[in-house]
Design a protein around this ligand. Structure first.
Ligand SMILES: Nc1ncnc2c1ncn2[C@@H]1O[C@H](COP(=O)(O)OP(=O)(O)OP(=O)(O)O)[C@@H](O)[C@H]1O
Ligand SMILES: O=C(O)C[C@@H](O)[C@H](O)C(=O)CO
Length: 337
């Protein structure tokens, strides 16, 4: 077992960061300009991961600020209906608005997201909104990098990190690069690496690791990157390469690579959140890394093939059935790195 979790804790995971609203086009495979009808979902990578983990049967909390309006009600009620503890959700105090993400699905392989995040409520989370007892009640916290992009959210997350380290709550860092809200790449590198040096598990795409290493290394290979962050104390480092697949590097020097599950994609986003929730579920269950990779990749593929992110997060049974069907059709998907 690469990561030990304190099984006596009432909560499994507390994601920290944004909950927003996704507006995905119903009339897709055309430009955003041409789309006229949109379907509303809860969004925001940490919120998607929270829903994903809840759908997988985990006891999930959340730390984040939502707008003090009907969208804030919508997200909070949606979480409650999914069985997510909402005691760590607070309401914006000065009229800050919910982040909105309009997505464009140009084709099954071309998507983009348009984020409206001026005065975003999630970035107004303060250190007063972070409870040590709450952090100490969970086996793990998930820190999403965008929450580090602006104050006071930045300091709130760093306080949560301090509390997690003090109380031996496992720190999972999803780098979560969204260019919006960051002032510079240097700033990104400083705060990403501040967290990455103290986390236990890092998930990120190659591009996200390059940004995190922007001040300390250029053009590192995956092996060099993994060795670097394992050297700082991470037990597992996952580097994702989109439709090329992903590799997990572990602190005992092993690596495990997996190819993506072939799937008829509908959109190009959402895979990372499905991947993260199913991988985290698997390591909480004590599954071997290779099985956790498979679960994460399967959930990611299912999300790529679906219209929503949060609303389409699969159950354990659904992922198992998907993997079974894929293996029957394509054979073993896993290649040890
Ligand atoms: N076209 C695809 N078909 C099948 N699986 C895919 C495809 N694209 C991505 N995936 C799966 O999704 C995982 C995560 O995708 P990606 O590497 O793009 O992460 P990400 O950028 O964090 O995702 P997101 O777009 O959700 O932010 C990949 O490692 C892979 O397993
Ligand atoms: O992470 C975001 O803020 C965008 C999400 O709301 C959206 O669901 C997505 O792109 C997930 O990867």
């Amino acid at each position: 077992m690469y990561i030990e979790f304190d099984q006596s804790r009432p909560l499994d995971v507390i994601p920290i960061g944004r909950a927003t609203v996704d507006l995905n086009p119903v009339d897709y495979n055309r430009s955003l300009e041409e789309s006229t009808t949109f379907k509303k979902y809860v969004g925001g990578s940490p919120a998607n991961i929270a829903v994903g983990l809840a759908r997988l049967g985990k006891k999930v909390g959340f730390i984040g600020m939502v707008s003090d309006d009907r969208f804030g009600d919508y997200v909070t009620h949606y979480f409650a209906n999914e069985g997510i503890d909402t005691s760590g959700i607070c309401r914006a105090k000065h009229g800050e608005k919910m982040g909105l993400t309009f997505t464009e699905i140009l084709s099954p392989t071309q998507s983009s997201i348009l984020m409206y995040r001026n005065q975003a409520a999630d970035l107004m989370l303060t250190t007063d909104d972070v409870s040590e007892d709450y952090i100490a009640s969970a086996k793990a916290v998930v820190i999403s990098g965008t929450a580090l992009s602006q104050s006071p959210s930045r300091e709130a997350v760093l306080k949560a990190l301090e509390y997690a380290k003090k109380n031996k709550t496992v720190v999972i860092f999803d780098i979560d690069y969204r260019p919006y809200n960051w002032k510079s790449n240097d700033e990104m590198a400083i705060y990403y690496s501040l967290v990455g040096r103290q986390s236990d598990l890092i998930l990120g795409s190659r591009e996200e690791f390059d940004l995190m290493e922007g001040l300390i290394a250029r053009g590192s290979s995956d092996q060099e990157t993994a060795a670097r962050w394992i050297g700082y104390g991470n037990r597992i480092v996952i580097i994702k390469h989109g439709k090329e697949g992903s590799t997990a590097y572990t602190c005992d020097g092993q690596s495990f690579a997996i190819k993506p599950f072939p799937v008829k994609s509908l959109k190009g986003f959402g895979g990372g959140d499905g991947y993260a929730s199913a991988f985290i579920y698997s390591i909480l269950e004590g599954k071997p890394v290779i099985e956790a990779l498979e679960f994460g990749s399967a959930s990611a593929a299912m999300l790529i093939a679906s219209h929503a992110c949060s609303a389409d997060m699969p159950s354990v049974e659904a992922i198992e059935a998907f993997i079974k069907a894929e293996k029957e059709e394509y054979g073993e998907m896993i290649a040890r790195g």
